[in-house]
Design a protein around this ligand. Structure first.
Ligand code: SF4
Length: 376
């Protein structure tokens, strides 16, 4: 029985969207909410771009977007696609030829706004290339680059203008009988983004890509994204997401997963529950947690670990976690396994010991999952 069945206040009812595919990743419907990021290497630097995609995939990215500003980039896409462990979205602005080249190179999705491509003939050519090469399309409306006629109509960027822009682009694809698309309506303002996404969620059943664009640096952008995306996800809106940070793309992936993990929407790796520490701590909680976060990055199995400074909250938190450690006196603390007191261990070797225990527990959980899958 899942936690949500016995604790209904944890339930999130996802908006029903239709499902499309970005390569082998389903987006929308009952598919898990996918986490995306975008490379910031020069795309024609094939080695650097592949290395960055690999690092993002290792951190859990389901889909990675790559800019295709020129022909050198779309030429490079052939090899990048071949080497990439995850499907790639080619980011195209305006130039319809780049879109066709990217589709031919094997991109799984084109991020392009059909209304910006130009003549209906060019639109048809891009859609034909997408169809021929099994490519989906992401319409990406941005509050900062709305069409002039909408700015004239609404006076300034606003949610209604963004929704109208999105629906105009959707209509062009639908008129061409193309339905493998998802859509985003991003703004750097959290209120505008959230309102635009809510309106969009009512207006279409297309899968929705959520994001707060240009959110800022690692700390401020994480907070802004957690508020904006967290609220949308809590309302059930969002089939795929990107956290936009002025930081390493790997950080975007980590933050994306943390937002989903906080809402119980996806589970990956070790969820560490730790106290802020105070004078009662039986060991240095902050340093220990920082070291454990690094040492446990390789664990993909969803599981929980509580690292609590003293008995005030330690035993209570350990009740709910796979592995727990609570600081005590005299340089040692208590280890809990599956919520139960298990054994004492010295503070000196605790990090190594906890890493061992987590790895062992992950192996047990993986074996159980494999058995359950085989039984199904
Ligand atoms: S659990 Fe103990 S050490 Fe941690 S903050 Fe609370 S009282 Fe302080």
């Amino acid at each position: 029985m899942s936690l949500n069945e016995i604790r209904p206040w944890r339930n999130i009812y996802r908006r029903k969207s239709r499902q499309i595919h970005v390569g082998n990743v389903p987006v929308g419907g009952d598919a898990p909410i996918s986490v995306q990021t975008m490379t910031n290497t020069l795309t024609h630097d094939v080695k650097a771009t592949i290395a960055q995609i690999q690092a993002c995939a290792d951190a859990g990215a389901d889909i990675v977007r790559v800019s295709c500003p020129d022909e050198a980039a779309t030429n490079a896409m052939h090899e990048i696609v071949r080497e990439s462990p995850v499907p790639l979205v080619a980011d195209i602005h305006f130039h319809y030829k780049r879109a066709i080249e990217a589709a031919e190179a094997g991109a799984a999705c084109l991020r392009i706004n059909p209304g910006n491509i130009g003549s209906p003939e060019r639109v048809r050519e891009v859609i034909k290339a997408a169809r021929d090469h099994n490519c989906s399309i992401r319409i990406g409306v941005n509050g900062g680059s709305l069409e002039k006629h909408l700015l004239d109509k609404y006076g300034e960027p606003c949610p209604d203008a963004m929704i109208e822009s999105g629906m105009d682009h959707i209509r062009i694809l639908q008129d061409n009988d193309f339905h493998e698309f998802k859509i985003s309506v991003k703004a750097s303002d959290v209120f505008m983004s959230a309102a635009a996404y809510q309106g969009l969620a009512e207006a279409t059943d297309a899968p929705i890509h959520i994001g707060i664009t240009e959110a800022g640096g690692l700390t401020s952008g994480t907070i802004k994204s957690a508020i904006g995306l967290g609220n949308l996800l809590w309302m059930g809106i969002g089939d795929t997401m990107r956290v936009s940070l002025s930081a390493d793309p790997v950080e975007e992936v980590k933050v994306g997963f943390e937002i989903l993990k906080s809402l119980g929407l996806r589970h990956r790796g070790v969820n560490i529950i730790s106290c802020p520490s105070c004078a009662r701590q039986g060991f240095n909680v902050i340093d220990t947690v920082a070291e454990l976060e690094k040492r446990l990055e390789h664990i993909k199995t969803p599981m929980s670990l509580s690292i609590i400074g003293c008995v005030v909250n330690g035993p209570g938190e350990a009740l709910m976690t796979d592995v727990g450690f609570t600081g005590g006196g005299a340089g040692s603390g208590m280890v809990y396994m599956a919520g139960k007191q298990d054994h004492k261990t010295d503070n000196a070797g605790m990090v190594d010991h906890i890493v061992d225990l987590v790895e062992q527990r992950a192996a047990v959980l993986d074996a159980q999952n494999a058995q359950d899958t085989a039984a199904e």
